[in-house]
Ligand binder design. Structure first.
Ligand code: PA5
Length: 445
């Protein structure tokens, strides 16, 4: 019942000797994490989150999810980056990337506030038209423009529909416990609020109310999700253990990086893991990409993308390695039928399951790509359920932190994200940015 790291296809740079050469660096990184002596150590709350969380808030998440399920056909989740990717990844991973289309007894879930696209917001408005709906607005800082502006628009719509008093009972706010404009508004309007803990950064927050409320509304077992994460917390608790796959994977990522493989391609064979890949890309990209360093995380869904990116991977520049997450038992399977005409010549597959066919594509691709000098790391998962996913989330979070410390950066900050915001505010004419506005506008002439 646990995930397994397989380095058989990772080549010599991830072999026993190479791993042994990293032992001291891994131990030092592990020590920083466990003793809270590394950069960004104010943001280590996620380490113990699977066991050390606010139990009464957890119960309130469940009761609010029940209320939303009973009075809403749709839940609009407004948030960006770490304030939405985790929830969306989990819902699609456990349920389906077609969650809103499948027949179910839980509300549709629409994600907004993660773009400034006018068309996307207009579409969101149309999607909730005529439906009973609730809103969960999520922002740790409480000031993120994408989320705040979408909330302003949706708040007016929900208030016009239900009146201010009833609307207030349908708005759920997840934000800082005391700071920020969103918290002030929530207090003023008496919205139900949930807390993003001070010591948990956005991209590490999926197992807080940030992820858990929308996930619970989708009918996903959040107890099982937390149990899986708690299991992983125990499993990866010591760097002495030869079984510590998190340490090994963190070491291998850095070994590849140092040997010039600067791109990590996250691979899955399940379309329902597309948003999982997006979550992973944010986790790795925002954590590691700084100080002129860091692996560039990218992702593909196979076999789909073997027909678009496969050519490059097989024969293009040798810049990358792949990390494949393979799920042993699919959520559902389909048999390939016998066809007496056999016009397509596929009767050799009759009676086989689609998952069997997928597994042969996986094996064939690993061999082809390693033959083409693209090393492969394989992470095997028993099944696509809450318990396994809880493990996977914790595994990747701890790998990310360890990897970042080995790389020599602070895996918990994101100073670079501010640059575009500063320019955008100046160009939009936000008060206080007058001087920057003048300078920036000249650069467009
Ligand atoms: O990981 C992070 O910290 C970021 O991706 C944030 O989650 C994102 O920028 C949204 O910030 P906020 O929750 O403050 O609106």
């Amino acid at each position: 019942m646990s995930l397994k790291l397989n380095l058989k296809y990772a080549g010599d740079s991830a072999g026993k000797e190479a791993l042994a050469s990293m032992k001291d660096e891994v131990s030092a990184a592990f020590g920083k994490l466990k003793n809270g002596t590394g950069a960004g150590s104010d943001y280590l709350g996620w380490l113990d989150l699977p066991v050390n969380y606010d139990k009464s808030e957890f119960a309130r998440i469940k009761s609010c999810a029940e209320k939303i399920k009973s009075d809403s056909q749709a839940l609009v989740v407004l948030g960006i980056g770490g304030s939405y990717l985790g929830a969306r990844a989990v819902i699609e991973f456990v349920k389906s990337n077609n969650y809103n289309l499948i027949s179910k007894d839980t509300p549709d879930i629409y994600f907004g506030g993660n773009t400034l696209s006018s068309y996307s917001l207009a579409e969101l408005i149309k999607l909730v038209e005529g439906k009973d709906f609730s809103i969960n607005v999520i922002s740790k800082s409480g000031t993120t423009t994408e989320t705040a502006v979408a909330f302003r628009v949706l708040k007016k719509i929900i208030e016009d529909k239900y009146g201010k008093e009833e609307a207030a009972k349908r708005i759920y706010v997840t934000t800082d416990k005391s700071r920020g404009a969103l918290k002030a508004l929530a207090d003023k309007e008496n919205y139900q609020t949930f807390v993003v803990p001070d010591d948990v950064g956005g991209r590490y927050s999926v197992l807080t109310a940030v992820g858990l409320l929308p996930i619970a509304v989708a009918g996903i077992d959040i107890d099982a999700l937390m149990s899986g994460a708690a299991y992983a917390r125990e499993k990866y608790a010591s760097d002495d253990s030869p079984e510590n796959d998190a340490c090994k994977y963190a070491a291998v990522r850095n070994l590849f990086y140092r040997s010039g493989r600067k791109i990590e391609l996250m691979v899955s064979y399940e379309p329902s893991m597309l948003m999982w890949n997006e979550w992973l890309k944010q986790l790795y990209g925002e954590s590691e990409g700084k100080d002129g360093k860091g692996l560039f995380p990218s992702s593909v869904i196979f076999s789909t993308d073997l027909h678009s990116m496969g050519q490059y991977i097989q024969q293009g520049e040798r810049l990358m390695f792949e990390t494949v997450i393979w799920v042993n038992s699919p959520i559902e399977d389909v048999d390939v039928p016998f066809d007496s005409d056999n016009g397509d010549g596929l009767n050799f597959l009759a009676g086989k399951t689609m998952h069997y066919v997928n597994s042969k594509a996986f094996q064939g691709t690993i061999l082809a790509h390693t033959d083409g000098d693209v090393p492969n790391i394989v992470i095997e998962l028993d099944r696509q359920d809450e318990y396994n996913l809880g493990q996977l989330i914790y595994f990747f979070e701890i790998v990310c932190a360890l990897s970042g410390y080995i790389l020599g950066i602070n895996p918990f900050d994101q100073p670079g994200v501010e640059s575009y915001k500063k320019n955008m505010f100046a160009l939009l004419g936000k008060p206080g940015y007058e001087q920057e506005k003048e300078i920036l506008e000249k650069r467009f002439i």
